[in-house]
Design a protein around this ligand. Structure first.
Ligand code: SF4
Length: 340
């Protein structure tokens, strides 16, 4: 086996949790070339994975069939000579390109009626019995029903100090500045977002203890409004949401001394950069999608209603997040900041 194509997940966090699969494939066959076909908003993180050779960014929209675009991709990939494809999303459409490209082995979980599309099919466990996401993907490295290696490596992203310094300069952050990053968004929905007022109160506490630190808020344009709310309560916080590319955000997280993140793609990026972080969990479950880093500290109240995995709180009170007081996160963060 010489060449593999990965059909990457549609979410940044999932793409990072798939990286140990690539590391296991490489460990088993160091000469294997692994390329990835990824949505353009995920492609930058795959490009920073040491196991991936080439990333083909796609414009394919999440949830849309776009058959002619998939046919075109399949035709292009036909000439690459792939021996095997690993299809990570569960949808039928995600398995179309490797099938149409005539890739002989097509590995994935049984998903939406894709019996003919995949020819190495793993049983898809029911949601409540699903192992941690990282293990779920890593299983594709072994035969269906086979045993996983004892230890699965954590995700790791490449960084480039020259690039990081240039990015910091572009955003007006002088060298040697102590940067603390807030990642207040979570694409999934409000039941995963720690309240902006809590972030603002935390910023005020940090200001008193670390007066020279620069606090920045990172995220997409959709998170800018939440970050504006934080700035209302803590005007010294710089709202960079929507102003950075994903690559810029990775650079800024890499140079941050610590971060506070919701359960989001940037939380997994911070973990893969091995930066200290407090990861705040609400409606989701840190046993399923934890930040995979020794430098991460998880705040999760594990209420009787949690995890509900809902986008919005079905009980209307959002206690799982509101009751994580800023003081609690501050104490945890201060410990991380004082760690040698
Ligand atoms: S039901 Fe419970 S876990 Fe779900 S969002 Fe509401 S408070 Fe959080």
């Amino acid at each position: 086996m010489k060449k593999a194509l990965v059909i990457a997940p549609n979410w940044i966090g999932d793409a990072l949790m798939a990286q140990p699969l690539f590391a296991l494939l490489k460990a088993r066959n160091p000469r294997l070339v692994i390329d990835a076909l990824a949505p353009k908003w995920v492609a930058p993180v795959l490009a920073r994975m040491p196991e991936i050779s080439t990333v083909f960014p796609s414009e394919l929209a999440h949830g849309k069939l776009q058959l002619s675009a998939r046919l075109l991709f399949a035709q292009q990939l036909k000439h690459e000579g792939y021996d095997v494809a690993y299809v990570l999303p569960n949808s039928l459409k995600s398995s179309l390109i490797p099938f149409l490209a005539g890739i002989p082995l097509r590995v994935g979980y049984r998903g939406e009626a894709r019996f003919g599309m995949l020819n190495v099919r793993h049983a898809n466990p029911p949601r409540d019995k699903r192992p941690p996401m990282v293990e779920h993907y890593a299983r594709l490295a072994v035969k269906p029903g086979g045993r996983l290696p004892e230890s699965i490596p954590d995700p790791k992203l490449k960084t480039d100090p020259v690039r990081m310094a240039a990015t910091a300069e572009r955003f007006g952050i002088p060298p040697q500045t102590r940067v603390i990053a807030f990642c207040p968004g979570a694409e999934f929905g409000p039941a995963k977002r720690w309240p902006a007022a809590h972030f603002a109160e935390l910023a005020q506490m940090l200001r008193r203890s670390f007066p020279y630190a620069q606090i920045i808020a990172l995220g997409s344009g959709k998170d800018a409004e939440i970050a504006d709310e934080i700035v209302k309560g803590a005007p010294f916080v710089r709202n960079l949401c929507g102003q950075t590319s994903l690559d810029d955000a990775v650079d800024l997280l890499a140079l941050s001394e610590a971060a506070v993140c919701n359960d989001s793609g940037l939380m997994h990026v911070t973990a893969a950069l091995n930066r200290p972080q407090v990861a705040v969990f609400g409606s989701s479950d840190p046993r399923h999608t934890p930040p995979l880093s020794q430098a991460a500290s998880i705040m999760w109240l594990q209420l009787e209603c949690s995890p509900c995995f809902k986008r919005e709180c079905p009980l209307g009170h959002l206690r799982c997040l509101k009751e994580i007081e800023p003081e609690m996160v501050f104490v945890e963060l201060r410990q991380l900041l004082h760690r040698p």
